[in-house]
Design a protein around this ligand. Structure first.
Ligand code: DQQ
Length: 646
């Protein structure tokens, strides 16, 4: 049962001195309340490296103002620079799959205790070793199945097989033996990403990319050996593989990741596969099939966007306008929009756009060409890639999975013995209120992990202040927070736009939000915040951001300010939900319109030293925060207990 406590901020108040550099409340104290190959590949990786370097250089090194806290500036990280060394994966025909090493940075003196703390308690990750993309998620005979790109031998990318796990509720996972390993000429260099299709007669079809003995990318068919096995332990590869080879005009190492199939009005199936054309145009090809062994490439493409480069892990699915449930992948007709998502190989960012699919011409058109795939909305504004949805026919919902990579060094990953997580599965709906966004929300089942909760009501957070929230252990949390700001009327135009240089960058209306995984002296902290901005055209825009720049004292960790715009409608307060699970922080703004996943590697704000705070670094407004915070249980992810009855 849930124990709920309400804290009166006034009763528990203490005082903070005004900010030394920016006295914002007339010196009045703030109130404390309790509670590929060749040059193409090299070019792509250089672009990737340069953009990362640029992002790092952009990080500000000023400390977050810390009223009444340590007098000297907290230790800040020097900008880290990435190695020029070619990342692994390139030779195998996919671009960088690992973090380049953080050279020129003294390696931090990581301890085993620090490494152990980083392992998450309720996010899916294998028992050990490397994981990347989610593959072929599906629901079968009472079990959710997750397959994933997995290296059984090491904590770095390579020797890619399909790991396999099952769960009754998408949260409590049980590891199963490997589903598919690279053992045929057509996948000997890797059983790469693929998708499942459930056929009306109950059959399950799995299409995946194989990297061949010559590192060409081909599409292969596999199916369960025994459909009556709820665990789908054995998988058979079709003897006629590959079923699709790269078509003329497409590079043989730029043709991968088949989607779930959908049934067209003509009664034949279609799949789409990402690729690149003419150097820079990201494209999605469409194939038609009746039997999943023979395929015909349709004329033209589902969609193409110049300048977006190679599209990996394309996802294509319908969403209901004014609907509250998910749709089967084959649904089409009035009242339905289609989402097209591509994972951009050049930038390692997942982008999506809403649009209309014509099932006769097999073309998709974005609602807003200015927000087309790859140049508009991101699925997640943080560290997130290679996402994939599936339709949960049991609960009539569409579930989204996404891969969260590490942002530390490979050396650290090898010492830890593991690398990467999957997000908490998220349900995906069309945002009826804006008509421009999707809403992503952690699946209901994650709430079964909620333990005791603490409520804080209308805590005043004055401009330039930080308020501790006394909640006990703060490393496994589910936080719901709502913020009201005093007044938004101002004729000033803010100089700071978007997420600025992070939480230290002050503007009239923001930033304000929470500091997660912070130690008591605020030497390490990760702000998750809103920044409303008055723009020169007179409109008010809000950005939702996560600032990792002070998340760790270690320099050999990649730290970034992440974020993007979030629509806040007239009848809405600013609201966020934040799932904290050790080294991963997943943050959802405005019901999931904008989402940010962060990875953090603190050295001091760990175990009992991790705390939670409210902060308001705006210069012109006070905010009132109302929060409900649950401590979260572990999901106790473990090997499948074959010896016990099901
Ligand atoms: N990961 C797989 C590829 C895919 C890439 C290889 C995306 O199939 O394009 O591990 O991360």
């Amino acid at each position: 049962m849930e124990a709920s406590t309400s804290h009166d901020p006034e009763r528990n108040s203490a005082f903070y001195a005004p900010l030394p550099e920016h006295p914002s409340s007339g010196g009045a104290p703030a109130t404390r309340s309790r509670p590929l190959k060749g040059f193409v590949v090299i070019l792509a990786s250089v672009v990737f490296l340069l953009s990362l370097v640029a992002l790092i250089i952009n990080q500000s090194q000023e400390p977050l103002p810390m009223p009444n806290r340590v007098p000297s500036a907290s230790p800040t990280s020097k900008p880290a620079s990435f190695s020029e060394a070619e990342p692994r994966g390139v030779a195998e025909g996919v671009s960088a799959k690992s973090n380049p090493s953080l050279l020129n940075e003294a390696s931090f003196n990581w301890t085993n205790a620090m490494f152990s703390w980083q392992r998450s308690a309720y996010h899916f990750q294998p028992q050990k070793n490397w994981m990347n993309d989610p593959d072929g998620p599906l629901y079968h005979k009472g079990w959710y199945h997750l397959f994933y790109q997995y290296n059984p031998d090491s904590a770095i990318w390579g020797n890619i097989t399909w790991g396999h796990a099952v769960s009754r509720d998408l949260i409590h996972w049980l590891y199963l033996p490997l589903a598919m390993v690279p053992d045929c000429w057509y996948d000997i260099n890797g059983v790469w990403t693929g998708s499942a299709t459930l056929l009306p007669d109950g059959q399950i079809v799995m299409l995946y990319t194989g990297s061949t003995n010559e590192s060409a990318q081909v599409q292969n068919l596999a199916y369960p050996a025994n459909l009556s096995d709820p665990l789908l332990l054995d998988w058979l590869k079709y003897p006629g593989n590959p079923v699709i080879v790269p078509p003329a005009g497409i590079e043989t190492d730029e043709f991968r990741d088949p989607t779930t199939a959908w049934l067209g009005p003509d009664g034949t199936w279609r799949i789409t596969i990402g690729s690149r054309f003419n150097e820079t145009i990201g494209i999605s090809l469409v194939y038609q099939t009746t039997n999943f062994t023979d395929y015909e490439l349709l004329d033209g493409v589902l969609h193409a966007v110049p300048g977006t480069g190679m599209w990996e892990c394309v996802d294509f699915y319908p969403v209901a306008i004014n609907g509250s449930v998910g749709l089967d992948t084959s649904a089409f007709g009035p009242g339905i929009k289609h989402v097209l998502k591509a994972s951009l190989d050049d930038t390692k960012v997942d982008h999506y756009a809403l649009g209309t699919y014509d099932p006769v011409t097999d073309k998709w058109t974005p609602d807003n060409p200015e927000e087309d795939v790859g140049i508009g909305l991101k699925v997640d504004y943080g560290r997130y890639y290679a996402s994939k949805t599936f339709f949960d026919q049991d609960k009539q919902r569409r579930i989204l999975w996404g891969w969260i990579n590490e942002t530390d060094t490979e050396t650290a990953d090898l010492k830890k013995g593991w690398a990467s997580l999957q997000t908490i599965p998220r349900s995906v709906l069309y945002d009826n209120k804006t008509g421009t966004h999707l809403l992503q929300w952690p699946v209901k089942e994650v709430e079964s992990l909620r333990l005791n909760s603490t409520v804080f009501e209308e805590v005043l957070v004055e401009a330039g202040s930080i308020v501790p929230l006394d909640i006990g252990p703060a490393t496994q949390l589910d936080i719901l927070a709502e913020f009201e700001i005093e007044s938004l009327e101002s004729n000033t135009t803010d100089e700071v736009s978007d997420c600025g240089d992070g939480a230290i960058d002050r503007s009239t209306f923001g930033p304000f939000g929470i500091l997660v995984i912070a130690d008591d002296s605020l030497s390490e902290l990760t702000p998750v915040f809103f920044r409303p901005v008055n723009t020169s055209d007179g409109s008010l825009k809000t950005y939702f951001c996560a600032d990792e720049t002070r998340s760790s004292k270690a320099n050999d960790v990649f730290k970034q300010v992440y974020g993007g715009k979030v629509p806040v409608l007239d009848d809405e307060n600013y609201n966020m939900r934040v799932l904290v699970d050790h080294s991963i922080v997943e943050s959802f703004a405005q019901g999931g319109r904008t989402v940010i996943s962060s990875r953090i590697y603190p050295t001091e704000a760990i175990y009992g030293a991790a705390r939670l705070f409210l902060f308001n670094n705006a210069t012109g407004v006070n905010v009132k925060a109302t929060l409900k915070i649950w401590e979260m249980n572990s999901a106790f992810i473990r090997p499948f207990p074959f010896e016990e009855p099901l």
